[in-house]
Every structure is written in C-alpha cells, then in structure tokens.
Design a protein around this ligand. Structure first.
Ligand code: UDP
Length: 347
C-alpha cells in the first residue's frame, strides 16, 4: 500500500486535489491522508469545494490562515513536520505555488520523504510574485515533478532539473471536464443573476500585484468599469480584493459583485460568458477549456500556450494572435491517472 500525504490550503489546490483524490480512491493500492493548512478558511473559499467536489475531509486541519508570508509558512512548516514525523507517508503530494506548497515541500524534503509536485515548472520570471519564489524552491526539492506543459519541462531543464520530470497534462482540465457536465445539470447561477448567456463578462481579481497598491487596483477596476459600460461584468469577489478595495477607499460602481462561488457555479459562469477578464492562473486556462477569449490582467503569464494559441492576451499587450488553435499540451483529461501511475512505478 502506497500512502500519500496531500497538503492543500488554498482554493485552486482543492480543485486540483479533487481530481487526483478521486483517482486515488479508485485504486486499492493507494491511500491518501489529507492535510489542510487553513490558508483559505472561509466557507465559500474552502468548505464548498470539499462538499461539492467530494474531497475526503481533511485528517488534519492546521488552522493557519492570515499573517505575513514568513510567519504563515513557518507555522505551516512546524505543523506539517509534526504530522510527517508521527506517521511517515511514502510520498508528500503538493500542488501549485502557495505558501502551503512550499511548506509541505520543505517539511518533507528535510525528513527525506519524497515530494511529488503537481504543476511543476511554471515560471513567470517575476520574482516579486510570492508564487514565483514558492514554485522555484518547491521544484528544487521535489523528487517527481509533474508538468502541465512542455514549456514547464523546458523551464525546469534550464534550471538543471531533468530527473523525475514528466509532462502529464493539466489536472485542471480533468477537473473542468467533470465540473462542466455536472454544472450543466445542477447550476442555475446564470439565471439567478439575471444574466443572458453569451452576454456577460466574467472577471476575477486577487493577485497581490493588483491589490497591494491603490494605483494598481484602481487601474484594474477602471478597466473593468469601462467594460461594464458595454456589458454586465460579474466579479466573484476574492476576500483579499474585498479588503484591498476597502483599505484603498476604492469602489466597484457599475460591476456585478458577488460572493466567491463554488466550483460548479464557476463552471456555469465560465460556460455561459462571452469573455473572461482575470489575473488568476487557473481561470486563464479554464477560459480556454470553455473556449472563451481571455484577457489577463497582468504583465506576464505562466500559461504562454494560451497566448500563442490566440485564446488569451495580456491587457497591456498586443491583440489576440490569430487564427485561434487548440492546445495539445494540457492533455486529455486523464492527467490524474498518469500522475498516480508514475508515483506507483517510482515505488
Ligand atoms: N474559482 C471558484 N470560485 C470563484 C473564483 C474562482 O471556484 O469564485 C476557481 C476557478 O474556477 C479556478 C480556481 O478557483 O479553478 C482559481 O483560483 P484562484 O484564482 O484563487 O487561484 P490561481 O489559479 O490564480 O492560483
């Protein structure tokens, strides 16, 4: 029996972990221990995903939300180390690029427990992003590096990492395929918000680079408000952005602001929208999975394939590349199975 200890803490990790957890449950030879760091703790940023996506309830909840990066990561490191020492798993499985990711990776690596990193090799080449620091450090202590794209494989090679690197596709595509079907059967959010399918824009904003300064956030909001003068702009509001707007004395006038939504409602909003405006990594790709044009509210993106294929563009950059193409890199919706096969064969 291979025991996998999964560390999650933030919204995008619940979604990615859901796809892999489901696949683990289907294998008799594997078992999973779920650790939730508590980085995201509101019901609509955390519990809703465990309920809706049927993720196993966490065996350990560290309750570490808030605080600065160092304090938060340090407390997680201590908490995870204690759990790993108490019952040594065969693998520690981590996702993406948050403080929970780096804490899980470091705690395991120091105890010589192999680390499997899902979404390895992404780079923005902007070290002012906390996510970029987390990614680089995590990749350098990981044993198995599961890359969603060939670009990610190449990024790792250029940092000298080639052992244990596998291009497996994107687990978020697995998650999207599952959610889209369910959402079509169950979600009525588009009607509830009195939106017309194909006649609204979906937006999300939460990156520190867009929320930390009044100028940056004001510019993003002005961009959204200009759009809202033409067509409704729906903004499921991330708690960080809610706090920043209040702190900076800004407003959402003209925007359709709603609380963060669950994954099925999000899939329904993506499925029904005309276009997407976002600074989220996950939502950029989901826009493509739903074949919606996306404008990324950042100065660079890790998901360069979406730009090259004409589905995405940077808001201050050039227009969409044309003609639009499909992207083979993200796989066929079976990335989770590939990941588990590779963990199983690594022993
Ligand atoms: N998401 C969601 N509800 C929302 C907003 C986003 O379910 O109200 C999902 C979204 O579909 C994507 C993930 O959360 O799968 C993205 O998370 P986030 O933007 O917080 O992080 P990032 O992808 O930038 O790391």
């Amino acid at each position: 029996m291979t025991t996998i200890l999964t560390v999650v803490g933030a919204r995008p990790q619940f979604i990615k972990a859901a796809a892999v957890s489901r696949a683990i449950r289907a294998r008799d030879s594997m078992s999973e221990i779920m650790v939730h760091t508590g980085q995201h703790f509101d019901a609509n940023m955390s519990d809703v995903f465990f309920d809706e996506l049927e993720i196993a309830p966490p065996a350990h909840h560290l309750g570490i939300g808030g605080g600065g990066h160092g304090r938060m990561t340090g407390r997680m490191l201590e908490g995870i180390e204690g759990i790993l020492e108490a019952g040594r798993p065969d693998w520690v499985l981590i996702y993406g690029d948050t403080n929970s990711t780096i804490a899980g990776a470091l705690a395991a690596a120091k105890l010589h427990i192999p680390v499997a990193h899902v979404e390895a090799g992404l780079r923005s080449f902007n070290k002012r992003m906390p996510e970029e620091i987390n990614r680089i450090l995590t990749d350098h202590v990981s044993t198995l590096l599961f890359c969603p794209t060939q670009t990610a494989v190449d990024n790792l090679a250029s940092e000298g990492i080639t052992a244990g690197v596998h291009h497996v596709g994107d687990v978020m595509y697995d998650a999207t395929l599952d959610a889209r079907e369910k959402a079509r059967e169950t979600s009525d959010i588009v009607a509830r918000l009195q939106l017309e399918p194909g006649k609204y824009v979906l937006s999300t904003v939460h990156r520190a680079e867009n929320t930390d300064s009044r100028d940056a956030l004001g510019a993003v909001l002005d961009h959204l408000k200009a759009k809202a003068a033409e067509v409704p702009v729906v903004l499921p509001l991330h708690p960080r952005t809610a706090g920043a707007v209040k702190k900076h004395g800004l407003d959402f006038d003209g925007l359709t602001v709603i609380d963060p939504v669950g994954y099925l409602d999000m899939a329904a909003l993506l499925d029904g929208c005309a276009e997407v405006l976002t600074d989220s990594g996950g939502v950029q790709k989901e826009a493509y999975f739903h074949r919606k044009p996306c404008t990324t509210l950042r100065d660079e993106t890790e998901w360069v394939e979406t730009i090259e294929a004409g589905w995405n563009r940077l808001w201050k950059g050039a227009d969409f590349v044309s003609p639009r193409k499909d992207i083979a890199d993200y796989g066929d919706g079976k990335s989770a199975e590939r990941i588990l096969d590779l963990i199983a064969s690594a022993g």
